[in-house]
Design a protein around this ligand. Structure first.
Ligand code: SF4
Length: 370
């Protein structure tokens, strides 16, 4: 049963040097044509069962679109599915704030704004190669709160070259000036084939030393807790009741559809992924074909494995009976509460390694679900 829909909007005004997302700058493909293609794609899936509770416009920079474009997409979804939204999110960049536009977004039912602040310090913005300034961040946040948006997420990136724990404290001092309800804070990844990834491999830039990384992490997580945020996923904190419903669908292995270039979906035990090539995406839809390029059917055992991976990202953890038999040493990093197993808070920076290790034992001895 489909419960959520993700729509990818690939347009950006510039390419950030660390960005690995599918996004295009100065594309000759117009917003109008892309919306037409999206509507065709949505039509392919009409009639699928479910109640669509969440809609997420991600990107790219969806806030570059005109409200009428988003309205067309929302109407098409409403026409084709049982659409009962309890959360509609739009991802935005700070420099895209326009009062009238955001007022209209709100009138369309968009009630959650996720803004790529990335850093509340000019030092951080410069290190990350962002083009917006702290002033843009203030203008954006003041603007959306004045318009009455209540559910606002800010994305932060930490662990950038030369960042110190003191810089992390500054992030928190700025953040607390606004009634922000949700924070996604990701450790900077130096993806291959991005300008920052290439500079990193050439030795031109480097992240802070490991013990500094730990201190920055602890400063942020303790600071966010002191500000009343609860960590509910490895990289996500929310004030109670403001957890992102859409992203929870992913981590709970619920079914969702993804529309747009490079979008992913999951339904009927199948993961599918659209082409990452915008021209190919447009061409396939012009020819009346689905733009799906990857299709992976997961059997019972693979589904359980996915559930272990995704649920262990959540602070509430995974149901114990899904775990394979694991050796004693791994239990030192885990804790059990009400039949669920989670990674201890103090070992959260080792999450990826711990999950891989648990999966190694799963592959040796896949366990049947009762
Ligand atoms: S604004 Fe976001 S999607 Fe666009 S290039 Fe920067 S990080 Fe990537």
């Amino acid at each position: 049963m489909i419960r959520g829909i993700y729509v990818h909007i690939p347009f950006c005004t510039y390419k950030c040097p660390y960005c690995d997302f599918m996004s295009v700058v100065n594309s000759e493909i117009s917003h109008e044509d892309y919306i037409k293609a999206l509507k065709k794609e949505i039509n392919f899936y009409k009639g699928l069962k479910g109640e669509v509770e969440t809609l997420y416009f991600g990107g790219g920079t969806p806030s570059l679109l005109e409200p009428k474009h988003l309205e067309e997409v929302i109407k098409e979804i409403d026409k084709n599915f049982n659409f009962r939204p309890s959360e509609i999110t739009i991802e935005c960049n700070p420099e895209t704030f326009e009062r009238e536009k955001f007022r209209e977004f709100k009138n369309l039912g968009i009630d959650r704004v996720s803004v790529g602040v990335q850093s509340f310090t000019d030092k951080g913005l410069k290190a990350l190669g962002r083009k917006h300034t702290l002033r843009d961040v203030y203008t954006f946040l003041e603007g959306v709160f004045e318009l009455g948006y209540e559910n606002v997420n800010v994305d932060l990136i930490w662990g950038y070259p030369s960042q110190t724990p003191k810089d992390a404290e500054k992030e928190l001092r700025e953040l607390e000036k606004f009634p922000i309800k949700h924070v996604s804070a990701y450790l900077l990844t130096f993806y291959e084939d991005t300008p920052m990834g290439i500079s990193y491999r050439r030795g031109e830039i480097s992240p802070p030393e490991e013990d500094t990384i730990v201190k920055i992490h602890d400063t942020l997580s303790e600071g966010l807790r002191d500000l009343g945020f609860e960590r509910y996923e490895i990289s996500n904190w929310a004030k109670r009741g403001y957890e992102c419903r859409h992203n929870l669908l992913y981590w709970e292995l619920e079914e969702f559809l993804g529309f747009g270039v490079s979008a992913w979906g999951f339904y009927k035990g199948r993961r599918y992924g659209n082409t990452r090539n915008l021209y190919k995406y447009m061409k396939l839809l012009r020819e009346g074909k689905k733009p799906v390029e990857y299709n992976l059917s997961l059997d019972e055992s693979e589904l359980r494995k996915e559930r272990i991976i995704l649920n262990l990202r959540l602070r509430k953890g995974v149901r114990k009976e899904l775990l394979p038999d694991i050796p004693e040493y791994l239990w030192e990093f885990l804790e059990e509460e009400e039949g669920r197993v989670k990674i201890k808070e103090e070992h959260i920076l080792l999450s990826n390694e711990l999950i891989s290790e648990i999966l190694r034992f799963y592959d040796l001895n896949p366990k049947k679900m009762e």
